[in-house]
Design a protein around this ligand. Structure first.
Ligand SMILES: [Zn+2]
Length: 396
């Protein structure tokens, strides 16, 4: 028999977007939520442990849709990751996993790391060798020769090579494929706005992923590249800096998600060259920040599905500061409730894990946060979480 615990007296934010429930109760058996609702509606057996959470708010653990767990958020993460040993990179991953979990991220998606280290880290968590959130991995990013992210990527040119590259990642154990549609900020000599992989190349990668029942994400900043990726059937657009009305309409129609990662260029500009960030990255980030926020606002107003992701591992984008992204999304016009749903239910749907994760409902996994305040009144409470439960167990 698994251990049974009854949590009671808290304000419930279940992640679905429904209004909060006061004086709520939740019965957890093992790692599963058996029942959730008003505390008075529960009959609790004698062998059940009771935890009184009066005055606290309970919400699902955050799901971060865009992380680089092996990357260190220093001034120039690529320079570090391409010069140190894979063993050292893996050790950084171990440390970063703990930071993510202890700051309230109970599930995430890793969208690019070197040589399968991300895959080994995922397996190590699942096997109980190390502590961390569960997560999905992309393996190496698929990029054109010299394209964005090539230092941690598999360079592919032409449809046959792309098919091969895609199949290699799936063979190695990737849960999704990450495809580079445009240039970006952190790779020298590439422009964020310029298209990179062609429509045809992306289409075969999407085809291979979908055949295997996996999803695809694209790093996509410029309008033409985003459009190519969406038309190729991509499941999520990451960053989406230059969105026009046509591509937004297309995303709504095809159900393509946006993972804005507003904090990524924000921290680069905030910290600047003085902090050791390469000048090209600072200069490019300054140029795109305004459009980034505007594109996010237009997409939200048009009804594009938005999943929270931070791009943690990029300069000064720390592995224990996911809550900043919610704050920036709120600054850009989301209600606090929308930021929570985007970080729980919507992210779970994007990751394809919503059957078991993302909301606090009967039958789902008991991944949840106990907060000192209601985040609908103060999102800052997410920086100082009282306790974190993963798979029904107290981790912090
Ligand atoms: Zn990224």
């Amino acid at each position: 028999m698994s251990e049974k615990t009854f949590y009671k007296g808290f304000t419930l934010l279940d992640g679905t977007g429904k209004p909060p429930v006061e004086d709520a109760g939740m019965l957890v058996e093992g790692k599963t939520i058996k029942k959730v609702g008003k505390a008075v509606e529960f009959e609790v057996s004698e062998d059940t442990k009771v935890v009184d959470l009066t005055g606290k708010t309970v919400m699902p653990g955050m799901i971060n849709s865009h992380i680089h767990i092996t990357m260190e958020p220093v001034g120039n993460p690529f320079a570090l990751i391409t010069t140190e040993s894979l063993a050292k990179t893996a050790l950084r991953g171990v440390k970063n996993l703990k930071k993510q979990l202890y700051s309230g991220v109970t599930y995430f998606r890793d969208v690019g790391g070197p040589d399968g280290v991300d895959i080994d880290l995922r397996n190590a968590v699942n096997e109980g060798i190390i502590e961390g959130p569960e997560f999905l991995v992309s393996g190496k990013v698929l990029t054109m020769t010299g394209g964005h992210g090539w230092p941690i990527g598999r360079e592919c040119d032409g449809v046959d090579e792309m098919r091969k590259g895609a199949r290699e990642q799936l063979k190695a154990g990737a849960d999704l494929l990450k495809i580079m549609a445009t240039g970006g900020v952190m790779t020298p000599g590439v422009e964020p706005g310029s298209p990179q992989l062609t429509f045809e190349e992306m289409k075969v990668a999407v085809e291979e992923a979908h055949k295997a029942g996996k999803k695809t994400a694209t790093h996509a900043q410029g309008t033409t590249g985003i459009k190519n990726a969406v038309l190729a059937g991509i499941d999520s657009v990451e960053h989406g800096i230059f969105l026009d009305d046509e591509v937004i309409e297309l995303m709504v129609k095809k159900g393509t998600y946006l993972v804005p990662t507003l904090v990524a260029p924000y921290f680069i500009v905030e910290n600047g060259v003085e902090a050791g960030i390469p000048e090209y990255a600072v200069e490019k980030s300054k140029r795109v920040m305004d459009s980034h926020f505007k594109s996010f606002q237009k997409a939200r107003e048009a009804g594009v599905k938005i999943a929270m992701g931070t791009d943690a591992g990029t300069p000064f984008n720390l592995h224990d500061k996911t809550a900043y992204e919610l704050k920036l999304m709120a600054d850009a016009g989301m209600t606090p409730m929308e930021t929570i749903v985007s970080s729980t239910k919507t992210a779970a749907e994007l990751l394809g894990i919503d059957e078991n994760y993302g909301t606090l409902e009967e039958g789902k996994t008991a991944d949840f946060l106990v907060l000192k305040e209601n985040p609908l009144n103060n999102l800052d409470t997410l920086f100082n979480i009282e306790s974190i439960y993963k798979l029904g167990k107290l981790v912090k």
